[in-house]
Write a protein that binds this ligand. Structure first.
Ligand SMILES: [Mg+2]
Length: 190
């Protein structure tokens, strides 16, 4: 009663975000790069470690990066606004470090921690991100779009939020499914 309804709730938890398929729509850039190298469209999958995927498809990472066009990548609607609300935040991505860092620079995003494929032995994990932030699992929410992202969160004991704006994201029964990026703020303030 008598409270200030314009007060913005304080952010209590830190967002750790996947990049491709979560903050940015990079499907066209990824698919076009593989298609340019002669890969059949039916062979293309998403959300994997690039080096593993290139090995599976019989091409080199260098060839892929040569034809990869980052100008075909754009933030999903609402993501640019979401990021403006962050103070501390982090990226945890399987993306190649060079293209990942270039993407962050292009969009003017400056997460406190950004770990890409070269930071992990095998697929990404959240534990090194928590270590780098100096935070525990209850201090963060992980926003992702794939089954592996969900697994990363579960393994680290971190709350997972599914990027439901990606039409390829498949919800599991207990998922927190967000339909718009700005809804993440409710999780961070709650
Ligand atoms: Mg992803």
């Amino acid at each position: 009663m008598g409270g200030d309804s314009t007060t913005v709730p304080k952010i209590r938890r830190i967002a750790v975000c996947d990049l491709d398929g979560t903050l940015v729509d990079s499907d066209v850039a990824l698919a076009d790069a593989f298609l340019a190298l002669g890969v059949q469209r039916s062979e293309i999958t998403y959300g994997h470690v690039l080096a593993d995927e290139c090995l599976r498809l019989g091409i080199s990472v260098g060839e892929y990066l040569n034809v990869y066009d980052p100008s075909k990548i754009a933030p999903f609607p609402g993501v640019t606004e979401l990021v403006t609300h962050f103070d501390r935040w982090a990226i945890c991505s399987n993306k190649h470090a060079v293209s990942g860092a270039a993407e962050l620079a292009r969009f003017g995003w400056s997460p406190e921690v950004a770990l890409f494929a070269d930071s992990f032995i095998g697929p990404k994990r959240l534990e090194p991100v928590l270590d780098a932030l100096g935070l525990s699992s209850s201090d963060v929410v992980f926003l992702g779009d794939t089954a592996h992202d969900r697994q990363c969160a579960q393994s680290a004991g971190v709350t997972f939020a599914l990027a439901g704006w990606n039409p390829r994201a498949q919800a599991k029964p207990n998922d927190v499914v967000l339909s718009h990026p700005i809804e993440l703020l409710e999780l961070l303030t709650g």
